[in-house]
Design a protein around this ligand. Structure first.
Ligand code: MG
Length: 249
């Protein structure tokens, strides 16, 4: 199964095969059902500034740094970038609103997926655009034994947010793996684009209002309707990657 999708990926990247040694995994909307809360916090913060925005839009911005999101909205409304002071103040307010919300649970299926990856020796690294300690601190509690200490790239470690491939390149550097030894698991179009641009076999999981087709268009090699579906398929995906070589004729 997935032979066709894997072949397509190998052709597109010019690889002979993918050896799945490591999984680089996004956090918001992938391991936690945190995106609705983030979107609500953004909408509320912008409303306080007198700026009305479509809530679903924040699912498309997902992966961008806070500054980048604020600048897109400022350019639309005011025709200019936000000042450093505005970025700091507005992002702090958004963070405050998000932190005041009830904590969201792990995404159903996420632990099953991670446990399977660990059981077959695939090393896991968290690659998140978030710098919020509230969520990052919870990772080791909610997913015990999955991420080795320091196996984490956050917004503090990168200059460019997704869709730039830097976060995923940094994740690969951290564990000294090549792109053709890595899979990426992402829920957002910009995150999928970052994973694919970094050369990893990128799996898109539609966990919010963004349709699967947008994840495919962004470069996902495979897409699933939910994390549970992704977790159930993962043994077959890993087996497919281990046994598929590029058809050279
Ligand atoms: Mg995400």
């Amino acid at each position: 199964m997935y032979e066709h999708q894997i072949q397509h990926f190998l052709q597109r990247h010019g690889y002979i095969c993918v050896e799945p040694k490591a999984a680089l995994i996004d956090m918001d909307g992938t391991l936690y059902d945190s995106m609705p809360g983030h979107a609500d916090a953004w909408v509320t913060m912008m409303a306080e500034q007198g700026i009305a925005v479509d809530r679903d839009e924040f699912f498309r911005f997902e992966g961008r740094t806070g500054a980048s999101t604020i600048n897109i909205l400022f350019n639309r409304v005011y025709g200019r970038d936000a000042t450093a002071e505005e970025v700091e103040r507005l992002y702090r307010r958004k963070t405050e609103l998000f932190a005041a919300m009830p904590p969201e649970g792990p995404m159903p299926g996420a632990m099953d997926m991670l446990s399977f990856l660990r059981s077959v020796g695939v090393e896991c690294v968290l690659v998140t655009g978030s710098g919020q300690r509230t969520l990052i601190d919870r990772i080791s509690r909610d997913f015990p034994g999955v991420f080795a200490p320091g196996h984490m790239i956050t917004s503090r470690d990168v200059r460019h947010g997704k869709p730039h491939p830097e976060p995923y390149f940094k994740g690969m550097d951290l564990i000294d793996r090549r792109p053709d030894e890595c899979i990426v698991i992402e829920n957002a179009p910009l995150g999928v684009a970052a994973g694919d641009a970094a050369g990893a076999f990128t799996i898109g999981v539609s966990t919010g209002p963004i349709p699967k087709s947008e994840l495919t268009d962004a470069g996902a090699a495979l897409v699933f309707d939910s994390m549970q579906e992704c977790a159930e398929a993962m043994p077959v995906v890993i087996y497919g990657l281990l046994t598929t070589r590029r058809n050279l004729n």
